[in-house]
Write a protein that binds this ligand. Structure first.
Ligand SMILES: [Zn+2]
Length: 308
């Protein structure tokens, strides 16, 4: 497999208040984990600044303008509950979205089989015109719409294994039969959505897990629900909202996954990508707030992407 890694130092300049879990150190931990010799063959690519117009694939211009114009000249301000912005946050957003789109271009241009996009802020809680839960714009939703518009495909499957439900992604595509959204997440937990009876137009597949559920329950959710749904949908691209806060060490979640569970799930999604998508799979970092858990889990995920 040819695997690309996208990141950029601008993501270290999106500053949140002291003690905030979504912090600069997260990406440093990811970079350190991916600097081990086993990742020598990873193709490292700089993120690309996105043309702001492309954000309108998902978000209205008024919302985009509001975020951009709210950036402070120094320090940080609260833009939405739990969601802070600093002077360089808008640049970090634009490079983060751009990284996802560059990765999509790479898998459609056959420069890569798959890619991991290490960015912040995360995106899966951002709704069409609402920033929340550390997320400003919805990186993965924009990537999905871009793949349709730029590469002429119809069906995109988004799989979200972050411990929190990807309410934003679900809301954006709730009535869109061409985008499938499948999620495992802890319930009850922030943001409160993600019940099994939230099914959209048959394109939404929520598999809520309970506090203390472990890898066996997680794997069963994939085997019994997520993977059959992907199989029925036959996507042309698989996108992953790769949050690693379902790791047992994570302070924000109560699930008990270990790095090997992310390795396993990655392999299963790669099997689907091989069957339907000519291997095309792009994974975007979402949550993950214990630095050791995040590093170990990212390493397991990316190692699997490279190894096939
Ligand atoms: Zn999360």
């Amino acid at each position: 497999m040819t695997t690309q890694l996208y990141s950029h130092e601008i993501h270290l300049q999106h500053i949140t208040p002291p003690g905030h879990p979504e912090r600069v150190d997260r990406l440093i931990a990811v970079a350190e984990a991916l600097s081990a010799p086993e990742f020598d063959d990873l193709e490292r690519k700089p993120s690309v600044r996105v043309d702001e117009k492309l954000l309108e694939l998902v978000h209205p211009p008024e919302f985009i303008n509001k975020i951009r114009s709210s950036m402070p000249s120094e320090g940080y301000v609260q833009f939405a509950p739990d969601t802070h912005i600093s002077a360089k946050s808008w640049e970090s957003v634009l490079f983060g979205v751009g990284a996802g789109l560059a990765a999509v271009d790479a898998v459609f241009g056959s420069q890569a089989d798959n890619a991991f996009v290490a960015i912040r802020p995360p995106g899966h809680h951002a709704e069409i015109d609402t920033a929340m839960g550390f997320c400003l714009v919805n990186n993965i939703a924009i990537a999905a719409r871009y793949a349709q518009e730029k590469h002429g495909i119809e069906r995109v499957a988004i799989v979200d294994w972050d411990v929190h439900h990807g309410n934003g992604t679900q809301a954006i595509f709730y009535n869109n039969p061409d985008i499938m959204f499948a999620s495992t997440h802890q319930m009850p937990l922030y943001p409160g959505s993600g019940y099994e009876n939230e099914t959209g137009v048959g394109n939404i597949h929520n598999v809520p897990l309970r506090e203390d559920d472990d890898g066996l329950v997680f794997r069963d959710a994939f085997n019994s629900r997520i993977l059959p749904a992907i199989n029925d949908f036959s996507p042309e691209l698989i996108l992953v909202s790769a949050g690693f806060d379902a790791h047992y060490r994570d302070p924000l979640g109560g699930l008990q996954l270990v790095a090997d569970d992310f390795d396993w799930a990655t392999g299963k999604l790669m099997d689907m990508a091989a069957r339907f998508c000519n291997n095309r799979l792009v994974s975007l970092l979402e949550g993950g707030y214990d630095l050791r858990g995040l590093g170990e889990s990212t390493a397991a995920h990316v190692n699997r992407l490279m190894r096939g």
